[in-house]
Ligand binder design. Sequence first.
Ligand SMILES: *Cc1c(COP(=O)(O)O)cnc(C)c1O
Length: 421
Amino acid sequence: MSPDVALEPTREQALALDAADPLAAYPARFERAEGVVAYFDGNSLGRPVAGVAEEMAGFVRQEWGTRLIRSWDESWMTWPEDLGDLVGRAALGAAPGQTVVADSTTVLLYKVLRALVDHQAAVDPARTQIVVDTDNFPTDRYVAEGVAAERGMELVWIDTAADPTTGVTPQQVRDVVGPATAVVLLSHVSYRSAWIADTEEITRIVHDAGALVLWDTCHSAGSVPVEADRWDWDAAVGCDYKYLNGGPGAPAHAYLAARLHGIPTLRQPIQGWMGRQDPFLMEPGYVPEAGVRSLVSGTPPIVGMVPVRRGVEMLEEAGIEAVRAKSLLLTDYAWAVVESWPADLGVQSATPREHDRRGGHLTLTHPDFRAVNARLWERGVIPDFRSPDGLRIGLSPLSTTFAEVWDGLALVREELAGDAG
Ligand SMILES: *Cc1c(COP(=O)(O)O)cnc(C)c1O
């Protein structure tokens, strides 16, 4: 997937790369953003697909405003699974019937982690440990802490914070899993360094130890190819508002492998009527739906699913392989630009260099980045700052042009040079 030509850090080459880009038509299919020179945060909040505003207005008038409650029977009831199947197909490598869209990432992480942990403890009470890593996204760590406290389990920490330029390795996992491990919770792509975990190997290691693994797909869904079924994943949870362009607070996705469905001991903890068999019979006693629908608790956030569908359909149309190819070229190009800067600017990279270890963003480090980031936002260049010194350059392939990378990085350099001078 390496470019055939050496990447020259010039604007001319950016224009040439845009002209040769098989996905060149896509950036214009997003809402225009007045005054934005470069949007480098599509990995944190994807841009709205053009036409979504009109589609939402139509939804309010027609499906909600006119069909009213009839829409539940006509379509809404199965949206969590229908949209889940679409996310599964376009972004997760998951056969139908294993993915739902519902709740926030945090809530789904809690529900799925609790279900897996409780199942493991029921089958083998000696499995009392949850494995997490110190550099995972805060919500993942906090949820794991909460579940461990609730269930009297022990947290086992893999130290990934010591080297923020990398992420969890198979050996680190091998070193901590064993007969006491219930569940391992890891990110497929690190939110900080963009490190891609060797998920196939790690999943195998976890399974060999008799444990289950829950993968966080927030930074991999829509950014790198995911093969949940082929890699024998147990479960995954991730955002739909990052590379899937679903909008702020969009309901998240959860994947649960079919072989884990319908197991009486594997139950998510928020037993609501919408995950029950025949919810409208209103019967006493909770009986979970047999399939992945059992992960749903209450009334699904239908309004929030409208933009998710549009974003994921666009991904499916473009194809994740093409998206990944452009993503690598975007990050390679950005890297070439940054490497051409004078060394005394003092910018370092905190992202793996190898293609097979690098996700869709580039994290640069410099002690002045907090202040620089604030000034960049005022000038219409929008990366984000991650404490203590990281500037994340998120290059969402469908909405980002090479010229945008050049123009935005030019202002990063200018702001830094201004600081130094
Ligand atoms: C963005 C992100 C989240 C966000 O969770 P929310 O419930 O949507 O706030 C969780 N985990 C990871 C790894 C993330 O990158």
